[in-house]
Design a binder for this molecule. Structure first.
Ligand SMILES: [Fe+2]
Length: 344
């Protein structure tokens, strides 16, 4: 028995990706290499890839009316100079630049009576929001120590590129440098800053990119499921019922989703653990870590660190990199070691 009820699934289209309607000036993009995307098209379907490319081509600069937010601050070209000037006037710019460069390792215990015995102590390295080309110093720091961390699998929850549009080659190169220091297996999903055109390069370096798909992880006679959805924030490309329908009801399951904004739907479909990023924890916070703005539609306590919703555990990483500018205040960058613990 799987966890999606047919009646619920049948009411939902196969994907919430919608065709483009904007007449915005088309931004420059690298040429589409259809042959490189062919294996992905064969795997997840022509409709998904085409619909995402439509949005990437015509709407990735869009300020209003695309995705979960009415106004997409990350697409506002004037935002970086405003933020920089405000920090300089406050005398905080130098401190904010330094804080953004030092990546912390945070630990999180995930306790569940549903975890199979063989997975007690199973550890997940969670890396999110690298924003490589905007956050080179943070990536360099992460690369300097990530090889010393002890874990069983690594997950990447999206946002490899600095901006939400434009060239992505430096982003994939930087992920490649990091990937060379990670142990297998590595799973990943795309975020709202990423192009689906990055997928062939990411998969070529041995990252299992998930587009509303799942895999089984086995230890002895026990197994758990790991699932990943395409970006639910800007592209609305997630399909939780579809991926949940592939997972047995009694299996312990982990969902990778760039944003935690779909937490209610994930809990409704009986996921045990949801791992996300996207919020950057607010990136610029008041003393005590209080976020000024989260760029997400969700309760504030879900914007940074561990949380629970109904029977599901969740964790929102503040991420490694930054958006708009390489600055952070009272919200240092992180990678996370999630240790699974069997209870009961
Ligand atoms: Fe991000």
């Amino acid at each position: 028995m799987t966890r999606s009820q047919p009646s619920r699934a049948s009411k939902r289209p196969a994907s919430r990706l919608r065709p483009a309607r904007s007449t915005l000036t088309q931004p420059p993009h690298p040429p589409i290499d259809d042959s490189a995307l062919r294996p992905l098209i064969d795997r997840i379907g022509d409709a998904h890839v085409k619909a995402r490319l439509e949005i990437e081509t015509h709407r990735d600069h869009q300020l209003f009316g695309q995705g979960r937010l009415f106004f997409n601050l990350e697409n506002w070209l004037t935002a970086p100079p405003i933020v920089r000037t405000a920090l300089q006037l406050a005398g905080l710019y130098g401190r904010a630049r330094r804080e953004a460069n030092r990546v912390l390792v945070r630990e999180n215990i995930v306790a569940s009576p549903r975890l199979p015995a063989a997975f007690d102590g199973f550890t997940i390295l969670h890396i999110s929001d690298l924003h490589v080309d905007l956050s080179e110093a943070a990536l360099r720091h992460l690369i300097s120590f990530v090889g010393d961390l002890d874990y069983d699998i690594c997950v990447l929850t999206g946002d490899y590129r600095g901006k939400t549009y434009g060239p992505y080659q430096r982003a994939t190169e930087g992920v490649g440098e990091l990937r060379a220091r990670l142990r297998d297996p590595v799973y990943g999903v795309l975020g709202n800053h990423d192009s689906i055109r990055m997928t062939p390069a990411l998969e070529a370096m041995g990252i299992r990119m998930m587009f509303n798909e799942c895999d089984v992880i086995t230890r002895g006679d026990d197994s758990i499921y790991i699932a990943g959805v395409d970006d639910p924030h800007f592209y609305l490309a997630d399909d939780i019922p579809k991926v949940a329908s592939q997972i047995p009801m009694d299996a312990f399951s982990i969902l990778l989703s760039h944003t935690p904004e779909t937490y209610a739907e994930a809990a409704e479909h009986n996921f045990d653990l949801m791992l996300s990023g996207h919020t950057h924890g607010g990136q610029l916070c008041l003393p005590g870590g209080y976020a000024i703005k989260l760029e997400a539609v969700l309760p504030r306590h879900m914007g940074n660190g561990a949380w629970r919703h109904e029977g599901m555990s969740g964790y929102t990483s503040v991420g490694v990199g930054t958006s708009l500018l390489p600055v952070r205040l009272n919200c240092p960058p992180e990678v996370t070691l999630h240790r699974l613990k069997r209870t009961g």
